[in-house]
Design a binder for this molecule. Structure first.
Ligand SMILES: Cc1ncc(COP(=O)(O)O)c(C=O)c1O
Length: 442
């Protein structure tokens, strides 16, 4: 029987949905059946303006013809090639294209299939790198409170979102955390990078003093923390982290799964902030979210330390069946071409000031206790309902969906990250509708 893709299935029981209130959803499902450019179509035929680029990933908008065609062509020509001990040209070509837009100093690409896998890969690389150089005692990993680094064991160990960690046992040993940089008492309603908090990077010195630099492999942070509800780095903070890690021989990993591929108006957060890490983890916007793919980007220094020993030997015992999958690689190339041809990173930078003003016009509306923005990222933090955390923002999400806009919430924070093709009238629509929602919220 042919599958009617536009029909809503009448049994939703089998699919256990990720990061979803399953019982609430299945009583009142919200289904998308099509998408184009800035809009989704719902199963009841409504248009919904995408204020979140899917899950921070469809940076070029939806169903872009160049990407669709590249996938179709590649699927018909070379569907799969073994990822180990064999190659195919498309993955090599994509790696070169990524390096072309990466910060100078980043020279190698290790493919994964998701942000979570990129994080696991980078953490493993960090530990193995020190070992390869004769510093095998450097196994500790330092993350940050409220950090999000995906959902695998390494990622939740260095991550700092309590609900993502607390029911999963003891996690990785030898992990410590920097304090987060959310300081609403002194930074609320900052436009762009907040003034206060660079000194929080000095906590790394305290952690180094506690454990000894010779036991620490890497520090991992998101340049802009996204999934926790958008926390921005205070001015000077990332520069300090870089200086302290360098001083102590510790690798610095930027988790650029959200900030990569134009979200801030530069190819990567590293360029936006002008701070060069040793490794960058990416995914999402790499293929416009269309096909799962991630990549860890490294300096030559990281890569070259592994290229020793007999030439017939595998240098790194790590990789995935789908690393550099041909169809994902083709999607990646077409995505990067779309970004370049439409100058989408520049476009994001150009429209960011308008976005900032629109977003901050929500100041003063009921329950709004902070607004944060950078590039095409925005967050509106709401005062929680006493005794019912997350409910007010979730109600806002449901009301917004009914009114035709897609936003995301985490805790009592509304986060937005529209596709980089958004125009000014669409920003007005998104923020105007959100204002209406906020005015009617209990
Ligand atoms: C910074 C960061 N790292 C890692 C991930 C995990 O990516 P994935 O869901 O593709 O595993 C995310 C996802 O939102 C992210 O924002």
């Amino acid at each position: 029987m042919a599958l009617d893709r536009k029909a809503t299935p009448n049994d939703l029981n089998a699919f256990w949905m990720p990061f979803t209130a399953n019982r609430q959803f299945k009583k009142n499902p919200r289904m998308f059946v099509a998408a184009r450019d800035m809009h989704y179509t719902t199963s009841d035929g409504r248009q919904v303006l995408d204020g979140t680029a899917g899950l921070w990933c469809c940076n070029a908008g939806h169903c872009r013809p160049r990407i669709t065609e590249a996938i179709q062509r590649q699927a018909a020509e070379l569907d799969y090639a073994p990822a180990f001990q064999m190659g195919h040209p498309v993955a090599f070509e994509l790696a070169n294209r990524i390096i072309e837009i990466a910060p100078r100093g980043i020279e190698h690409v290790f493919y994964t299939n998701s942000g979570s896998e990129s994080v696991e890969t980078a953490l493993k690389l960090a530990i193995a790198w020190h070992r390869a150089r004769g510093e095998g005692a450097r196994t500790r990993l330092i993350g940050r409170e409220r950090g999000y680094h995906g959902v695998n064991f390494g990622g939740i160990s260095v991550g700092g979102i309590v609900n993502n960690r607390k029911v999963f046992g003891t996690l990785l040993g030898g992990v410590d955390h920097l304090p987060h940089t959310h300081l609403p008492a002194v930074n609320a309603f900052s436009k762009g990078q907040p003034e206060n908090g660079a000194n929080l990077a000095d906590e790394l010195e305290r952690i180094v003093a506690l454990h000894g630099a010779e036991t620490i492999a890497a520090v991992i942070v998101e340049p802009v923390a996204g999934s926790t509800g958008v926390i921005l780095p205070p001015k000077g903070y990332l520069e300090k982290l870089r200086a302290i890690t360098r001083k102590h021989g510790i690798l610095l990993i930027f988790d650029e799964v959200i900030t990569g591929f134009g979200r801030l108006g530069a190819p990567f957060g590293s360029q936006y902030f002008d701070v060069l890490p040793d490794m960058m983890t990416t995914a999402k916007g790499l293929t416009n979210g269309v096909i799962p793919m991630g990549a860890v980007l490294t300096t030559a220094e990281v890569h070259d330390a592994f290229m020793t020993g007999p030439e017939h030997m595998i240098e790194l015992f790590h990789g995935y069946t789908y690393s550099g999958n041909p169809i994902a690689s083709a999607a990646g190339i077409a995505t990067l071409e779309t970004y370049r041809e439409e100058a989408l990173f520049e476009r994001a930078a150009a429209i960011a000031p308008y976005w900032e003003e629109a977003l901050h016009s929500l100041k003063g509306l009921p329950h709004v206790i902070d607004i944060r923005n950078m590039g095409l990222i925005g967050a509106v933090e709401l005062d929680p309902i006493a005794g019912e955390p997350t409910k007010r923002a979730f109600n806002a999400f449901l009301a917004a969906y009914d009114k035709g806009i897609l936003i995301r919430t985490t805790g009592d924070i509304i986060a937005m990250s529209p596709p980089l093709i958004i125009d000014k009238p669409q920003i007005d629509e998104l923020i105007g509708t959100l204002a209406e929602v906020l005015k009617t919220l209990a």
